[in-house]
Ligand binder design. Structure first.
Ligand SMILES: [Ca+2]
Ligand SMILES: [Ca+2]
Length: 66
């Protein structure tokens, strides 16, 4: 898991990765931050397939998961 400001609003979003998800394809969740802290509203989930990349056994999100 990692905290990073992916939206540039100076509040950190929570990134959680599971590179082993779906037989090593991998997936990343993002929970956005608000003034009330992390919120589920507007959260998203994606894998390599979401980006149009070959996703089979890509271990997507491995760089986030350290
Ligand atoms: Ca942010
Ligand atoms: Ca796979």
């Amino acid at each position: 898991m990692r905290l990073a400001d992916t939206s540039g609003d100076r509040r950190c979003e929570l990134l959680a990765a599971a590179p082993g998800e779906d037989t090593q394809d991998g997936v990343v969740w993002q929970l956005p931050a608000s003034t009330k802290g992390l919120v589920a509203d507007g959260s998203w989930l994606y894998g390599a397939g979401s980006l149009g990349a070959p996703g089979d056994n890509a271990r997507f999100g491995e760089a986030v998961d350290e």
